[in-house]
Write a protein of this length. Sequence first.
Length: 391
Amino acid sequence: MIKSYFSDPVLYYMSYGLFSFSNGLFNIFVNIMFFSDHNIINVIEFQISMQFTQLLLFIISTYFIKYISAKFLYSSGAILRSLVIASLFLNNFLSSNAILFGFLYGIPSGIFWAGNATFTLQISRKTKRFKFLSVNSALSGITSLIAPLAGGFLIAYSSYAGIYKYFNDFILSSILLIFTGISALFINSSGEKGGIFKISETEISENNYNVFRLFFFSSYIMSIIMSTVLPVYIFLISNSYIIAGLYGTIIAVTSLISNSMAPFLYYRIKKFVLIAFSVIIFASFTFIFKNIDNIFIIFIASSSIMFFLTPLSNLGMTEFMHYLDQFNVTRQYWINREYYIVAGRLISLSSLIFIADIYSVYETVLLIPIFSISILGFIPVLKKLRKDNYT
């Protein structure tokens, strides 16, 4: 019955919106939970360990698309992720061991993202790609708009202590993930399934693919420090879960506005890409002032960066999807993409943990201007853009 009322894109928007709301409740505060002893290294160790198992399960799950659908991976990954979050309250050892929990949390994450890759590719084939990505990002931004701030209030006003201070927030996040998985089952499209596939095929040798390698490597370097270090840094200088949650809400508002306006801005503004590059790099240098503790300035600079970084990422991904349209089996490309994304993240996180080990969380913030140079890796892909594909 639900299928007859809603198209596949609309059903996907609903499902991914629930996922985004769940992320807004969990992602910021799990980092703060591991920062409970004011050791940023615990946070980065959690992120690094998660990246390893997420990549491993992404590869394994993508291989199993030969036997099961991408939709099933997407749905089951969301539900398993829910169970892993809930497990924090079944075993206190998990909440005190960042590395172990990171390894465990990366398992369903890898399954989910492996399914999501070809699932969205197939759903978007009959739509305007850039519009689909922008609308999905905008709608998921709406659903996650209040999530970080709501999570901050749930934790700040909890009467519990220790790990159970996060109980209301994390359990709500867990419940939303279950609905994410269930709602996806109503989508008609199943993504890729079947086809001959070997892990050795994930080493792509085509010359036309080379421009995407640098884009994938660079695409998350800037966002990893903003999503991992900055919320923890804001919590450190404000000592407030609510203000840390407000940071997530401000970023969600910015992403919502950016994605809503992105197709119009790109089509109407000459040299949009050049302007976006300039603003991102300029705003990032705000953080070069040591021990910057003005939360208002941090919010403005972060919002400026995200406002232009989001459409640039969507433009690059749109071009990648256009490239994949020529192939019937695309799984090897999504795995190869993950190789470069994880490599970029691990190098970024390793830099952060090196600086944090020698100095402190304050000095890790100073890496933001350096990390902003990574967006130059977008240039080879963005030079290929044709406006008629994005309007």
